[in-house]
Design a protein around this ligand. Structure first.
Ligand code: MN
Length: 238
């Protein structure tokens, strides 16, 4: 009996050691798994093109913190989860958006992928010290297609203001002509055979901390101080 007790103790120690090694192995496996999942992630969150306080006072660092750091980041995480292990994971973000648009079985992928694309485009649509009027070919085309810059501002503001609920307003190129558009939720001209030139996010999360219910004031300040016409001109050429 006495010899059996130490034996039992040894067995138990052995068991504990084995169990511990197993847990360690699982941890290692987990680390390797998450490392390879990381590498295989289809979509990444692009860096902001400026500091988080660069758009103040129109858009505060606090808004950017939530909007970029939480909302945009969550769309990236969601789309990666949704496409992991599917053919969609091999696509570029643009292909993902175009392929899933209007597909009832892929609504979740479309919403998250389009929101990733729209937000990246929105950050570029603004710059510190932006605003004013465009020049060159873009202004000439706005004059020719949209009845002048003042008329464009009026129409763009109206589109942004009257987008009921969440969504976006856009300046886009459609069949070679400039057009002011508005889209609900995640919808994007990118999926509609149009070429976006500029966008403003009018989801409440884009302005509520800074402007509360005053969407019209956010839009006016955005056009006066933030809109990045260099980016729009680049998109018109490219
Ligand atoms: Mn947003």
């Amino acid at each position: 009996m006495k010899t059996q007790v130490p034996g039992a103790v040894m067995d138990r120690r052995q068991f504990l050691f084995t169990a511990a090694a197993g847990v360690a192995a699982l941890h290692m496996g987990g680390m390797f798994m998450s490392a390879s999942a990381q590498a295989a992630e289809a979509i990444s969150l692009p860096a902001l093109p400026y500091a988080d306080n660069a758009l103040e006072p129109v858009i505060s660092a606090k808004t950017i913190g939530f909007h970029y750091g939480k909302h945009h980041a969550a769309y990236v995480a969601n789309v990666n989860k949704l496409v992991a292990g599917t053919d969609l994971a091999q696509m570029t973000l643009e292909e993902m958006v175009k392929t899933t648009f209007g597909d009832k079985d892929k609504v979740g992928v479309f919403n998250n992928a389009a929101q990733v694309w729209n937000h990246t485009f929105y950050w570029k649509s603004m710059k510190p010290g932006g605003g004013g009027a465009p020049g060159g070919d873009l202004l000439a085309k706005i004059n020719a297609d949209l009845g002048g810059f003042d008329k464009f501002k009026e129409d763009f503001s109206q589109a942004a203001l009257t987008q009921f609920g969440s969504g976006w307003a856009w300046l886009a190129l459609v069949d070679g002509k400039l057009k002011v558009m508005k889209t609900p939720n995640a919808e994007t001209p990118l999926a509609m055979a149009a070429k976006p030139l500029i966008t403003i996010d009018v989801w409440e999360h884009a302005y509520y901390l800074d402007w509360q219910n005053r969407r019209a004031d956010y839009i006016a300040a955005w056009l006066d101080k933030l809109v990045n016409w260099d980016f729009a001109a680049q998109n018109l050429k490219g």
